[in-house]
Structures are given as structure tokens and as C-alpha cells.
Design a protein around this ligand. Structure first.
Ligand code: NI
Length: 187
């Protein structure tokens, strides 16, 4: 089932998510729906807050990056209750986008590599070193689980310049090829 995606401006994107356990209702169905929603929107990652659920769960499939970034190959994962236990001091800049911020693409600086601990879809605990595009996509989704979005990582000057665009997104004045959940705010 395809779920509507929550846009920038929605309070759920600003909340620290709650960890879940393996008894979370219909978890495998939820994971399946998140992958389906992500694929139809041509995304490479989707975090639960983006479908209006404040839980610590994100799905990733970096396959579309494989041609340019070979390390993306096979990077399809479900991250439940993930933690970053180590990150490199070295950073690199990459142009990010987000399904919750349509038509916005900005250069974001983040650590080159991270070591993460998480539970997979079978609730097996894993520890994994992620580098390159793997580390990039993971950190973007991890931010969502902390109530952050990528524009928070831009300079305040850059954010000021993007103010109108961000306002358009938060008030639903943006076209998307996928379904978005509109906010019922009167501003
Ligand atoms: Ni995103």
C-alpha cells in the first residue's frame, strides 16, 4: 500500500522518534508499505516520520546511486532503533534531496563514514561500518529519526535564501509526482 508522504512544516518531522520492539503491530506490512512508497516516489530512503509515524524505523535502497557510487550496490536495509556509535572526523559534501522537501536540492556536509548499530527487519542486532554514499543516505534518514531534516544542516544564510521555497513546501504550494499528506493549517 502506498502511503502519503508528510511534507516539511509538519510537526511529526520535528519529533524525536520512539524506539519500537518486535511486537510492534503489523511491522512487516509497515516495512513493505514503506519500501513501496519509497520506490514509487523514486526515493532512496524513507523514515517513519515521513509517513506520519513517530517511531525509530527507516528503510533504504541506494540502488539508483550504483552507477556513480559502486558502494551503493546491495545497500538495501531496514534500520530499526539505529544508533551511530562512531563517525569519521573527515567530512564530504554531497547534494541531498528529500521526499518531504520536493524540488529542493542542497549541498550538505556530513562525516564520510559512520559505524552504526541497529536492528534489522528480523530484529537481529547488527553493527556495520558505512562509507561513502551508504554513510550519506543512512545519516540523512537517521536525522529524520532525531526530528531533523537536511536543511537544518545548511548555513543560516542559505536557509534565509531558501525561506520562500520552504514556505511554499510547508503550505503545500509544490507539485509532486507522488502523493503528499496536506497539512490542515490555516496560515
Ligand atoms: Ni529525507
Amino acid at each position: 500500500m502506498i502511503l502519503p508522504i508528510v511534507g516539511y512544516g509538519s510537526p511529526v518531522l520535528r519529533k524525536l522518534t520512539q524506539p519500537i520492539d518486535k511486537d510492534y503491530p503489523n511491522l512487516s506490512e509497515l516495512i513493505e508499505n514503506m519500501f513501496e512508497t519509497m520506490y514509487i516516489a523514486n526515493g532512496v530512503g524513507l523514515a517513519a516520520p515521513q509517513i506520519d509515524l513517530s517511531i525509530s524505523l527507516a528503510v533504504i535502497d541506494a540502488q539508483p546511486f550504483t552507477e556513480k557510487y559502486p558502494e551503493a550496490d546491495g545497500f538495501k536495509r531496514v534500520f530499526i532503533n539505529p544508533e551511530i556509535i562512531e563517525m569519521s572526523e573527515e567530512k564530504w559534501t554531497f547534494e541531498e534531496g528529500c521526499l518531504s522537501l520536493p524540488e529542493l536540492h542542497e549541498e550538505v556536509s556530513r562525516p564520510c563514514s559512520v559505524v552504526v548499530r541497529y536492528f534489522d527487519e528480523n530484529f537481529e542486532q547488527k553493527e556495520e561500518l558505512l562509507t561513502g554514499i551508504r554513510a550519506r543516505v543512512f545519516q540523512h534518514e537517521f536525522d529524520h529519526l532525531q526530528g531533523k531534516v537536511f536543511v537544518d544542516r545548511l548555513s543560516s544564510l542559505r536557509r534565509t535564501l531558501l525561506k520562500r521555497k520552504l514556505n511554499d513546501i510547508s503550505t503545500g504550494r509544490v507539485e509532486t509526482s507522488y502523493k503528499m499528506k496536506r497539512l490542515n493549517t490555516k496560515k
